[in-house]
Design a protein around this ligand. Structure first.
Ligand code: PA5
Length: 496
């Protein structure tokens, strides 16, 4: 069960216009750039209506053409997967994922995960947030049987892929030794994304070279994850996704291919096999992830605005964009382990709401690192930004202290009783104060710690808030028609 002190909170009071304030130049600026509490109050009826609409979309079996696409399956999925596991145990999807990951981990010491966009960023965010920062460099015994993880197929970069192959060739010589064996997870919902497909073809060649072209390991050490493809329609038979077709040709049965439900869109798919298989391979607690996500869905559906971070985040950010003229939304992350989470949110926001000339532009910044690059602009540049701090309350490890030193030329002895968490807290408070003094609207999204449960809550919260914001804006948060144009052109150019 979720304990109160594990809950994620959103504190936006710092960007509200104070109720009674004497005229000063700063107060004047606040009138223009901060949010009036009355605007939030006025939005509440519409917000509750949107919550009911989003909740109702979960039940849609047949989507009316004007609403298409609706991919609301992600909302209830975490709880459904947990319930299914309780009933069916090892035969459930979660049971199968955990068993397969366990077998895979026993077989290989390196896993290459291929995928792009929604088929990459969620797993990458979980890896960076929850695994040791230098996981791949740790000796095997300190990785507790968890393989090294590499992400590829998320770009078209000849030299980067070459370097990965070179690394594998240099370090993996004997396929009979577990420490030198590697495997592949290939993830694509459509099953035909060129970046992933091209990398997969190349890596299959590498695999065949290493294990031998008839080795059973070519199948044993490969995990395909893909959608079902096009359903039968108007007399035309169903057409499995290309990756599914290829996997079937490789001897996988449909049951052996991990599915991606039709009603879950790519960037909303982190709690399908897309994120859960990599998470299980990384040795993460997938149940805790899902428990966190399911708890957030319940809060979204049941809690009033005052205790509902999904509604608060959606409302405040929607109003900042549309009423306070803040087209740039900065996610200012106070832990470098969450930078990839920021990239994941960049995609979520940009692809979901960047439509019909609308939608805020996401920007990920990492504190304190980017105070030394973007800080100047956030403090004094164009007043076009709202800053959402993402704060992790407690570090996972004991504080590294400044301590006393014989040579005090750096003048740090005065802080000898302070640790790095104290420095970070002071930097955060100092920055918030500086932004408040300069009338730069800032809010705090606070997570208790970096844990599976907290990441589950956070990712589900941001996905739900994005859908709510889309409905407030009047754009469909699902689908990404604008991405198709470059794909069409690229394929046409390659054929010509
Ligand atoms: O959100 C989306 O649907 C996209 O970003 C996809 O995740 C991305 O294009 C990858 O697609 P696929 O999983 O079909 O390879």
């Amino acid at each position: 069960m979720q304990l109160p002190d594990e809950a994620i909170t959103y504190d936006y009071h710092g960007l509200l216009i104070p109720t009674r304030e004497e005229w000063t130049p700063a107060a004047e600026l606040r009138q223009q750039h901060f949010l009036s509490p009355a605007k939030i109050k006025d939005l509440l009826p519409r917000l509750n209506q949107v919550r009911s609409q989003v909740a109702a979309e979960r039940e849609l079996r047949l989507v009316p053409p004007e609403l298409e696409p609706v991919h609301a399956g992600f909302i209830d999925l975490p709880q459904k997967l947990l319930d299914q596991e309780r009933k069916a145990g090892p035969r459930s999807l979660l049971g199968r994922i955990q068993a397969t990951a366990q077998q895979f981990r026993e077989q290989v010491d390196r896993v290459v995960i291929l995928g792009i966009g929604g088929s990459y960023l969620g797993a990458r965010a979980l890896f960076d947030a929850l695994k040791h920062t230098y996981h791949n460099e740790l000796p095997p015994k300190d990785r507790s049987g968890v393989p090294r993880i590499y992400f590829e197929g998320n770009n078209v970069d000849n030299d980067a892929l070459h370097d990965l192959f070179e690394l594998l060739q240099l370090t993996c010589v004997d396929p009979e030794t577990r420490e030198e064996r590697w495997g592949v997870v290939v993830i694509s919902k459509s099953g035909e994304t060129l970046e992933t497909a091209a990398a997969f073809r190349a890596i299959r060649r590498e695999m065949a070279e290493f294990y031998g072209s008839h080795s059973p390991r070519l199948k044993q050490l490969l995990l395909p994850i893909t959608g079902f493809g096009k359903p039968a329609k108007e007399g035309k038979p169903a057409e499995p996704s290309k990756l599914r077709q290829l996997s079937l040709a490789d001897g996988f049965s449909d049951e052996e291919i991990f599915p991606i439900p039709d009603d879950v869109g790519g960037r909303y798919s982190v709690f399908t096999a897309v994120g859960l298989v990599p998470a299980a391979l990384m040795g993460l607690d997938v149940r805790a992830l899902l428990l966190g996500a399911a708890a957030m869905t319940r809060r979204f559906l049941d809690e009033p605005f005052e205790r509902n971070p999904v509604l608060q985040y959606a409302a405040v950010n929607y109003l900042m964009t549309t009423q306070c003229h803040k087209p740039i939304r900065v996610l200012s992350i106070w832990s470098k382990k969450l930078e990839a989470l920021g990239w994941w949110y960049d995609q979520l926001l940009a692809e979901s709401l960047g439509k019909e000339g609308l939608g805020a532009t996401p920007l990920t910044a990492v504190g304190t690192r980017d105070l030394h690059s973007r800080g100047q602009q956030h403090q004094e540049g164009a007043r076009d930004k709202v800053i959402n701090n993402l704060i992790v309350k407690s570090p996972r490890h004991p504080p590294i202290m400044i301590g006393m030193a014989d040579k005090n030329q750096d003048d740090l002895n005065q802080y000898n009783r302070k640790g790095l968490p104290d420095l970070l807290a002071a930097a955060l408070r100092g920055t918030n104060q500086a932004y408040a003094d300069a009338v730069r609207p800032t809010a705090d999204l606070v997570m208790p710690m970096l844990s599976e449960h907290a990441m589950g809550q956070l990712m589900q919260m941001l996905m739900l808030a994005t859908v709510v914001e889309g409905r407030l804006l009047g754009v469909n948060p699902y689908g990404q028609p604008g991405v198709e144009a470059y794909k069409r052109n690229m394929k046409a150019l390659l054929k010509s």
